[in-house]
Design a protein around this ligand. Structure first.
Ligand code: NAD
Length: 429
């Protein structure tokens, strides 16, 4: 099938590449000319395991190409995906100006029937607005359908998630586009939920908010564990073995971040408000998340007292493992708080150092993770990269001015670290 993607970011590029991989003809469109140029020259603007190889393979097979022209993308495809940003406005609601702009561009370029699919995360009722906008701006009055097809991939596992999805949600305003959407996704052999467009849009915000709620729940429990002498990991294992609950998203930490959870949570609270419901439960999820970072930062201050001129090593800058994405990263937030108090930072991340540089101008980037702690008064673990578990801790202890370790991701065993001579502080243990 012939597909275009308007917006070639984390979602658009992965979606386009994976559709090409299963045999569809794909054009990825982006207004960022430098990004399109980079992709055309064989470069990849983001880090996602397995993505580069798939792009190369499908470009070589002639199934994947890149352009800055929405008109070209629309003309050469039967199904047009919208995967542009839906960032938060200062009051937490969603900025839908990218969506609206693309809807107008698509309307202007349509000369025959198209299925327009919204893949961006949007408030319930956006699909209806997109349809209204296309109808208004399409001069030739051609037929079209608008579909909501929210994306559930996780950054860091995006290719794997897209190729092997748990479910595919297709929200429609009429039955006309259903057969084509089923055919498009047939190669993925995943359960397909066909529903009305408003339900599809709601499913995405409801899923992300529920996952954020699960994280805040275990983080709140981590406070009880600290004050009672229990161990939050043992508690998480105990409750997570109940299949009604599940173990995933029950890792206590310095809080969640990233480009999706904080933004989608604020958006969902605002959407509820506009629909006349005060979603106080989700406001509490936000509060617990901020409090968790405050608590972690306080532990550092209470231990080190004055931070001015203290040398602190930080392992991890990305918002989670396996990605170079630093948008709304708790690790960056923590670094900025430490810098504000005058600490001098030595930082390392396996993939995110380049992207973090703009947000953390005055830090020393250390290419070798084992050298980060050299000469430091304390070491902080801020991202759960699995390789950090293999840190040469003996060397770190020898090279540090003071062997103090703040583990914001519970990667190490408290007893082992204390036996090695560290002052070791983690979360909920
Ligand atoms: P992104 O910022 O990585 O990519 C968006 C791209 O759209 C950028 O490359 C930008 O240049 C381009 N763009 C903006 N306006 C455009 C226009 N008018 N024409 C063409 N291109 C345009 O964003 P993302 O992380 O891919 O997120 C996109 C949407 O998907 C958001 O709604 C997000 O909430 C949702 N989503 C993201 C994830 C994720 O893990 N990142 C997962 C599921 C859903």
């Amino acid at each position: 099938m012939k597909i275009s993607l308007i917006g070639t970011g984390y979602v658009g590029l992965v979606t386009g590449t994976c559709f090409a991989e299963v045999g569809h003809d794909v054009i990825c469109v982006d207004c960022d000319a430098a990004k399109v140029e980079l992709l055309r020259n064989g470069g990849v603007p983001i880090y996602e395991p397995g993505l580069e190889e798939l792009i190369q393979k499908n470009v070589a097979a002639g199934r994947l190409s890149f352009t800055t022209s929405t008109k070209e993308g629309v003309e050469k495809s039967d199904i047009v995906f919208i995967a542009v940003p839906t960032p938060p406005l200062p009051d937490g609601s969603v900025d839908l100006s990218y969506m609206e702009g693309v809807a107008r561009d698509i309307a202007g370029a349509m000369t025959q029937y198209k299925i327009v699919v919204d893949k961006s995360t949007v408030p319930v009722k956006t699909g209806e607005k997109v349809a209204e906008t296309i109808r208004r701006y399409c001069k030739s009055k051609v037929e079209f359908d608008v579909v909501s097809n929210p994306e559930f991939l996780r950054e860091g596992f995006a290719v794997e998630d897209f190729l092997k999805p748990d479910r595919i949600v297709i929200g429609v305003l009429s039955q006309r586009p259903v057969a084509a959407m089923r055919e498009l996704y047939a190669p993925f052999h995943a359960p397909v939920i066909v529903t009305d467009i408003n339900s599809a849009e709601l499913i995405k915000h409801a899923s992300n908010s529920f996952l954020a709620l699960k994280i805040s729940y275990i983080n709140a429990l981590s406070i009880l564990c600290e004050s009672s002498g229990a161990n939050v990991q043992e508690v998480a294992n105990g409750i997570g073995m109940d299949p009604r609950i599940g173990r995933r998203f029950l890792d206590a930490s310095l809080g969640f971040g990233g480009s999706c959870f904080p933004k989608d949570l604020s958006a969902f609270i605002k959407i509820a408000e506009q629909l006349g419901y005060d979603f106080a439960l989700l406001r509490e999820v936000q509060r617990i998340n901020t409090h968790q970072m405050d608590r972690f930062f306080k532990k550092i201050v209470e231990t080190l007292w004055v931070l001015k001129q203290k040398k602190i090593g930080v392992l991890g800058l990305a918002f989670k493992q396996n990605t170079d994405d630093v948008r709304m990263s708790p690790a960056i937030d923590l670094c900025q708080r430490l810098q504000k108090e005058g600490a001098l930072l030595r930082v390392h991340d396996p993939k995110a150092m380049e992207k973090a540089r703009a947000l953390l101008p005055d830090v020393t980037c250390v290419p070798d993770m084992n050298a980060v702690a050299d000469g430091c008064d304390a070491l902080v673990i801020a991202t759960e990269w699995p390789q950090f578990k293999k840190l040469d801790v003996e060397r770190a202890r020898r090279m540090m001015t003071h062997p103090i370790l703040f583990d914001g991701r519970n990667l190490f065993d408290p007893e082992e670290m204390e036996n090695l001579g560290f002052i070791y502080k983690s979360i909920g243990r």
